[in-house]
Design a protein around this ligand. Sequence first.
Ligand SMILES: NC(=O)c1ccc[n+]([C@@H]2O[C@H](COP(=O)([O-])OP(=O)(O)OC[C@H]3O[C@@H](n4cnc5c(N)ncnc54)[C@H](O)[C@@H]3O)[C@@H](O)[C@H]2O)c1
Length: 429
Amino acid sequence: MRYAIIGTGARSAMFYNALSYIKEIKDEHELVALLDLNPKRMEYVKKKTGKNLATYLPHQFEEMIEKEKIGGIIVTTKDSTHDEYIIKGLKRGLRVITEKPLTTDEKKCQAILETIEETGNDQLIVTFNYRYSPYRSRVKELIQAGTIGRVTMVEFQWYLDTTHGADYYRRWHRNKENSGSLLVHKATHHFDLVNWWIDSYPEQVVAMGRKNFYRPETFPYRLRCRTCDLAEECKFRLDLSESQELTGLYLEAEGEDGYFRDACVFSPEIDIWDTRTVMASYNNGVLLSYSLNNYAPYEGYRVSFVGTRGRIEQDVIEASYISGHDGKIERRTEKHQVRLEVFPLFNESYTVDVEVGEGEHGGGDLLLLKDIFLDRKEADPLRRKAGALDGALSILTGIASRRSIEEGRIINVKELMDFSLDRLVQNKK
Ligand SMILES: NC(=O)c1ccc[n+]([C@@H]2O[C@H](COP(=O)([O-])OP(=O)(O)OC[C@H]3O[C@@H](n4cnc5c(N)ncnc54)[C@H](O)[C@@H]3O)[C@@H](O)[C@H]2O)c1
């Protein structure tokens, strides 16, 4: 199939590398075009692929599809623009692979689901790479096998550190209108894991959020690192010129669109939270308590599943990185450190061996790529390939959390959509 990548920032690399270097994938598929609003960023990516790819601007989308005989698009643009390309692609009958989050608000989410109903084109894949990390798949297997009976509660804390966790405050993610807040942009991964692990979806959500750290009270605010008089003493300084990738993708391209990749993390213009807590109830009766923090001393998470026959605990410390950075960031751990332990009621606890794969996201990215590009004949008993409904259900928890913080009340997820979620879920089963 002939593919085009829409959005040629840092994340596009995973896809153009897969289409260029993974033999089984490039035997079946070909990357033929790029589309982005920044011509310089596109040129940089085009050079990196080493191919003579055709490049297009947003208003040339239809022309690109026709001229290049595109069969599939890969959407890796800023989150708030995913819906536009997903909908256009589905209407053209294309295969659409989109990065998470599916989109950023409930209206756009509804429009995507309506397009699928109207066109009958359900070839939409949301790339939830977290599902594919072998140690997270192992948790799903344990729960699915009934190891702790019926799951009744999930306790889930996610920690983003001052390398990776800070990086969201330098870029477009820092404003809700672009990312839907990190309760959507980032937590879509976590809420998707919960939905997938416990095979359910949220009904009621209540949340609280604060901005405690990434604000001028922590450190004096300036516009950006590059022109900052305090850069030497700031622990959050990002020198774009130290990295070939950051220079090529952003520094040399910023004259085109004013996208500063090193904006000050203490800016008062930031309108997303950095400290949040969420409680949710699920359709199958499970209760969730979740928190997300962006200024932790290490990167990772702790999750516990309470069941009628015991408890499963997983602790993970992850290597951290800055998206688009080519190796200058110090990593606390080179490989993820994982503990997975089962505590049966009235019996001895035991640890479960887990595999930590090579590559980003604990080996998840590579498995995901093979799953989405290669038409495997055998069914995946873990059902890891995620579609539109999975994408929707995972962002609805975050959208409801955001609304709960803003309105100070419990949100019924069903009130966000005109669709009957129950019907969509039943139809899919
Ligand atoms: N699954 C993961 O682990 C993971 C990791 C990183 C990023 N992502 C996702 O990938 C996407 C891109 O993130 P990134 O880090 O590459 O961001 P980025 O800022 O590096 O790149 C975004 C690109 O989109 C382009 N763009 C913005 N608006 C556009 C529009 N209307 N039309 C065409 N192009 C437009 C920008 O010019 C830029 O080149 C995001 O949705 C993000 O959530 C996922």
